[in-house]
Design a protein around this ligand. Structure first.
Ligand code: P6P
Length: 332
């Protein structure tokens, strides 16, 4: 049942906001709130390191690659360490799965939650000062507290998320998240060291005229119908906006309306983006804001993941735009 969305004044701190919502999770006895605080704390540290990136030796590639084959930037590894450490100290998470790690990392055997995270998405943009982001999901563990964490704990459908969010390190740093009761955005006030509520109850327009896709892949799309949809966008004289940093593109479309498309290509026949680290989190947020997220055939949140680094095509944003995209694909 839809809980009443509590009217909270602009400028309230994240901590006060979390406490005012804690009543919705009586069984969490504060663990859930602690977990959200741990993520917020780590993001403040990462934000500080990103802001200094040009001045200290943390830019550029680390020389290694993650499981997904991405060239790991130094800040990717730093961010992964910061979030893992914060969650380890906080005690609420029993394990974390990260885009930057091959398999799950056990944190606290008595923790109630699993965190799935892309510590720093779009990190190749760090060196050119383009906005980048952290994407996270929270699931309740299926195994009993105190018992070994299982792979089934980590491979849950997106519908099982109890929270999801992203941090956008941009012209301002924002934390946007949902716990299933709508989507709220907080802007970081560095002089106070606080996230303050700035975008309460975010709703995405059902229709808009912005589409985000890397059209450089146009000759390698493998899903029939993508070209029909893109041609229709051009006939309608939609605006093409593609930053190449997922969190930045999604955030703009969340606030202004629009659709982000990353179809399957010959190089990425299953799509480029990861179900557990990107698609599920963003799909939960966008659906909670009234939008839609699909792989072209099914709801992202209903995909049953079979491996931690599994990829998917992703079409996400304004509901009517995603529906039209699905119709274009389903004609074939
Ligand atoms: P392409 C960054 O590597 C990322 O994961 C997303 O942030 C971004 O939207 C996408 O990949 C960009 O991919 O193939 O267009 O460079």
């Amino acid at each position: 049942m839809e809980a009443s969305r509590i009217a909270i004044p602009i400028g309230v701190t994240l901590d006060r906001f979390i406490r005012s919502n804690e009543s919705q999770y009586p069984q969490s006895v504060g663990d859930f709130s602690q977990l959200l605080r741990d993520i917020a704390l780590a993001s403040k540290v990462v934000n500080r390191e990103i802001n200094k990136a040009g001045l200290i030796d943390i830019m550029g590639s680390s020389g290694s690659h993650n499981t997904g084959g991405d060239d790991q930037q130094k800040l990717d590894i730093l961010a992964d360490i910061r979030f893992s450490r914060a969650l380890l100290k906080g005690g609420a998470a029993c394990a974390i799965i990260s885009e930057e790690a091959d398999s799950m990392s056990i944190l606290n055997i008595n923790g109630k939650y699993i965190v799935a995270i892309d510590p720093l998405d779009g990190s190749s943009n760090i060196d050119v000062n383009v906005s980048i982001g952290t994407i996270f999901s929270v699931y309740k563990r299926l195994s009993n507290i105190g018992e070994p964490v299982t792979i089934e704990d980590c491979l849950q459908c997106g519908t099982e998320q109890v929270a999801a969010g992203y941090i956008l390190y941009g012209s301002s740093t924002m934390l946007v998240f949902t716990t299933g009761q709508g989507v709220n955005g907080f802007t970081y006030e560095a002089t106070l060291g606080e996230y303050l509520l700035s975008h309460p109850n975010i709703i995405i327009k059902p229709e808009a005229n912005t589409y985000s896709i890397n059209e450089g892949n146009s000759n390698s799309f493998v899903q029939e119908g993508i070209h029909d949809y893109l041609n229709e966008c051009k006939v309608e004289q939609f605006a093409g906006r593609y930053i190449g940093s997922l969190v930045a593109d999604i955030h703009r479309n969340l606030l202004k309306g629009g659709i982000y498309l990353y179809p399957a290509t010959r190089n990425n026949p299953d799509g480029k983006l990861r179900i557990m680290f990107e698609a599920n989190s963003l799909a939960f947020i966008v659906e909670q804001a009234g939008g839609k997220a699909s792989d072209g055939i099914q709801r992202i949140l209903e995909i049953v993941p079979t491996s931690i680094h599994q990829k998917t095509p992703l079409f996400i944003g304004s509901s009517e735009m995603v529906k039209k995209l699905e119709l274009a694909l389903n004609k074939y």
